[in-house]
Design a protein around this ligand. Structure first.
Ligand SMILES: *[C@@H]1O[C@H](CO)[C@@H](O)[C@H](O)[C@H]1NC(C)=O
Ligand SMILES: *[C@@H]1O[C@H](CO)[C@@H](O)[C@H](O)[C@H]1NC(C)=O
Length: 334
């Protein structure tokens, strides 16, 4: 019996790790986390999808021709904000997460949306361990290519302070590399980098320069929804928001009756909840109120009610720093 099966069978009886077998597997020594930056891996099958909803127009290009394609085929209005979304492991352009982004931004004026599809390198092909290992290994190279793409847009006149990069899970970690590459090429930083539950496995225990962190954009914000599960526990950014229960468990994510499967499903559900909360916040004028606090216990016990308050979500004014706690239930959002 292999170790994974053993863990699965055992966990059905004893509960094998807090977030179920997949998480246990991803943190186990069965997985090799390779952050080698000398491999020069090609990522030319990465696709860029560009949307101008206001003009009911979209384009897509392979990454190497995307900056030239967009700027020559289209008269970009550089006063508009560019929202640049990088999804996570096992995602692709027709998944629900990408749809949530298209829906949220399709009615917002004065923006362009770009969605990256890196599924050629980050799909589940080859099985759970091999495919996650491959995705981790490619993260740096995808990030480099995205940083170069954004730098090429900048070279064609797009201002750094109009570029807002948003990543989910592995996509957040990829943005750490992309933001660094952008800075290396242009000498400037993108306006904002948003990490939605940055991937934990292979990253949270890694060197800091393999992680999304303060400094990779002018202002970096991280949202925690499954901290210690599929998301990182590390406090990394200019501001770190912990949502609902310790930034670990979200109210609508239940464990069901089969312990291992239930925990694993609940972890995935919490991990994705950050996308739902963030895309919903696009149309919440005053966002979610967030309180500065040292611990979740103090926050939930009301001890931080008189502390600094800021806004979590798309309308974060970007002038607060530190650790903040949010309860979406105050807004009837689970
Ligand atoms: C992209 O544009 C084409 C028409 O050129 C349209 O058929 C398609 O629905 C658009 N896709 C999205 C996601 O808006
Ligand atoms: C942060 O910016 C917002 C919006 O511009 C402003 O209302 C708020 O007073 C600022 N907060 C601080 C602490 O400067």
């Amino acid at each position: 019996m292999n170790k994974y099966l053993f863990c699965f069978v055992l966990s059905a009886v004893l509960a094998c790790g807090r977030a179920g077998p997949f998480k246990t597997l991803l943190y186990s020594d069965l997985i090799t986390c390779d952050h080698d930056k000398t491999l020069d891996l090609g990522v030319s099958e990465t696709q860029i999808f560009f949307y101008d909803f206001q003009n009911n127009f979209n384009l897509s290009f392979p990454i190497d021709s995307a900056a030239e394609g967009i700027t020559t085929r289209y008269n970009l209005d550089v006063t508009r904000k560019l929202v640049f979304f990088v999804p996570g492991y096992k995602s692709h352009i027709s998944k629900n997460t990408e749809d949530l982004f298209r829906q949220a931004f399709s009615t917002l004026p004065n923006i362009y949306l770009i969605i990256v599809d890196h599924s050629a390198y980050t799909s589940s092909r080859g099985g759970k361990i091999a495919s996650y290992e491959r995705s981790v290994k490619f993260a740096y190279y995808i990030g480099q290519a995205l940083g170069k793409f954004l730098a090429d847009l900048h070279k064609n006149g797009y201002p750094s302070n109009k570029i807002h990069c948003i990543g989910h899970s592995l996509g957040s970690q990829i943005l750490g590399f992309a933001g660094t590459a952008y800075h290396d090429i242009t000498g400037e930083k993108v306006w904002r980098v948003t990490g939605l539950d940055p991937a934990g496995p292979c990253f949270s225990n890694s060197l800091i320069d393999n992680q999304i962190r303060s400094g990779v954009g002018q202002y970096v914000e991280v949202y925690h929804c499954n901290a210690g599960g599929l998301g990182t526990t590390a406090v990394l950014a200019d501001i770190d928001f912990f949502f609902n229960k310790k930034g670990h468990k979200q109210p609508s994510c239940h464990e069901g009756i089969i312990p291992a499967k239930g925990e694993s499903d609940a972890a995935k559900c919490s991990h994705k909840a950050c996308v739902r909360y963030y895309t919903m916040s696009v149309h919440l004028q005053n966002g979610y109120l967030a309180w500065a606090c040292d611990t979740y216990e103090h926050y939930s016990g009301g001890k931080c009610a008189a502390n600094e308050v800021t806004i979590a979500g798309y309308n974060n004014p970007g002038n607060a720093t530190g650790v903040f706690y949010v309860s979406t239930e105050l807004y009837g959002i689970e």
